[in-house]
Design a protein around this ligand. Sequence first.
Ligand code: NAP
Length: 255
Amino acid sequence: MQQVVLITGGSKGIGFALAKKFCQDNHVVLLVARSKSELATAKKTLEQQYRAKVLTLPLDLSVAGSAKQLVKFLTKEKITIDILVNNAGSGDKQAFATADSEKVLSMLQLNVIMLTELTHLLLPGMLKRNRGHIINLASIAGYLPGPNMAVYYASKAYVLSFTRSLAEELRGTAVAVTAVCPGRTKTAFAARAQIDEALFFRGAQSVEQATEEIYRGILAKKTEIIPGFLNKPIPFIVRALPVWLISRLMAKVQR
Ligand SMILES: NC(=O)c1ccc[n+]([C@@H]2O[C@H](COP(=O)([O-])OP(=O)(O)OC[C@H]3O[C@@H](n4cnc5c(N)ncnc54)[C@H](OP(=O)(O)O)[C@@H]3O)[C@@H](O)[C@H]2O)c1
């Protein structure tokens, strides 16, 4: 059955790679991001490659009230969302004491508040219609302490914890919820977060490889997806070792 998929941050990186997968399966996608020109390029590519129906909305989701603005647009255009992919996210590598406070707050607004608000706005309709899937982009960072990227790691721990709890609340309903926890993945994100040169980022997965596995997990409606065989043992290792040791190691690799 054809479904309508809303992908925040769908113009590039993991969001765009997921959009390709949904288009391949004949779904309609609505991509939301800030850059109009990148949205236009993404739309053109998807329409040409998959003959897909692609809608776009340029919107800065790190601005308070943007989730409501997005839902207003959906109501006005009479668009019903079957699958919500809360993918847009930002990160910044800075010691917390000297971090730019505007960047910190807009990261929290995007990674945590907007994701929560949008989910809260769209979930009741999905429950009423007896169908839906909410896919939240957390990160392998959600399982780890992240010195020098403390707020980003904490924001992803929030997304993971929120999704796990929601999955239990929704058990027995027709709405599924999934936390996607990629490890290092080669996208524009790393350069923006200033971690592309970090020791930690070497050996990152290609976006195509990561998305292949993510999409299989989405179709299987898994609650947690960790793409990449090197990433899968991380939660177990973290549980087995003392927290101080993990924090010390993370500080070393993420200098
Ligand atoms: N890459 C990794 O290593 C990695 C690992 C684990 C988890 N993740 C998570 O995966 C998700 C996607 O990351 P990615 O690597 O694909 O990033 P990316 O390549 O930088 O793409 C980010 C997407 O989000 C949009 N976006 C960013 N800020 C936005 C804002 N304020 N309002 C609206 N849209 C915004 C971007 O478009 P505009 O810039 O035009 O707005 C773009 O479409 C993020 O949540 C990230 O935390 C990434």
